[in-house]
Write a protein of this length. Structure first.
Length: 182
């Protein structure tokens, strides 16, 4: 892919995530193209359907979240890296909430989207926990599956205006619990 085409694609994905998170899945494709600074034709060249844009935007957010683990572990002690990663998870959750309706149609079409995302998320959590256990800052019995299930609490918070703040508080409690007995 040419450099300008790659930039356009990345701009479209960033704009889509931002618009889906703030406006929901009914946002117009024209609004996304405008936000990205490209024409609607450019959007359709990269993403011929709304579903293909939604799927690519969602995969991009999962990749961004999971791809941040190495940087976080390089810049922070493992328990703090986990706390920062969970904070970023809240941002990911906001985007996913906005895409909820559109994601359901993607998954209904047979896409392995959620299974792929789950696998990536478990891998990222395992890497963070393993580093924390090795450093002695995370309890030895911590399991990636348990942490992933605990992140599911964000989906139970409803549409209350402060759900992101509440999710961050819950995740701070989770990290404190993972530190206990380390």
């Amino acid at each position: 892919m040419r450099a300008d085409a790659r930039r356009n694609r990345e701009a479209l994905l960033a704009a889509a995530v931002k618009r889906f998170a703030s406006c929901g899945h009914e946002v117009s494709l024209e609004a996304i193209a405008k936000e990205a600074g490209v024409g609607i034709g450019t959007l359709y060249r990269h993403f011929p359907t709304r579903e293909s844009l939604v799927e690519a935007a969602y995969r991009s957010e999962v990749d961004r979240l999971c791809g941040s683990v190495d940087e976080l572990l390089r810049d922070h002690p493992p328990d703090e890296a986990l706390a920062e990663w969970l904070d970023r998870f809240v941002t990911y959750a906001a985007a996913k909430r906005g895409m909820k309706g559109a994601l359901q149609s993607v998954v209904a079409s047979g896409s392995p989207l959620f299974a792929d995302a789950r696998r990536e998320l478990l891998g990222a959590i395992a890497q963070l926990l393993d580093a924390g256990i090795a450093a002695g800052s995370i309890r030895k019995d911590a399991e990636p599956e348990d942490v992933l299930r605990a992140t599911g609490s964000v989906w139970q918070l409803g549409e209350e205006p402060d759900w992101q703040d509440r999710a961050r508080r819950i995740f701070r409690l989770l990290v404190d619990g993972l530190r206990y007995g380390a």
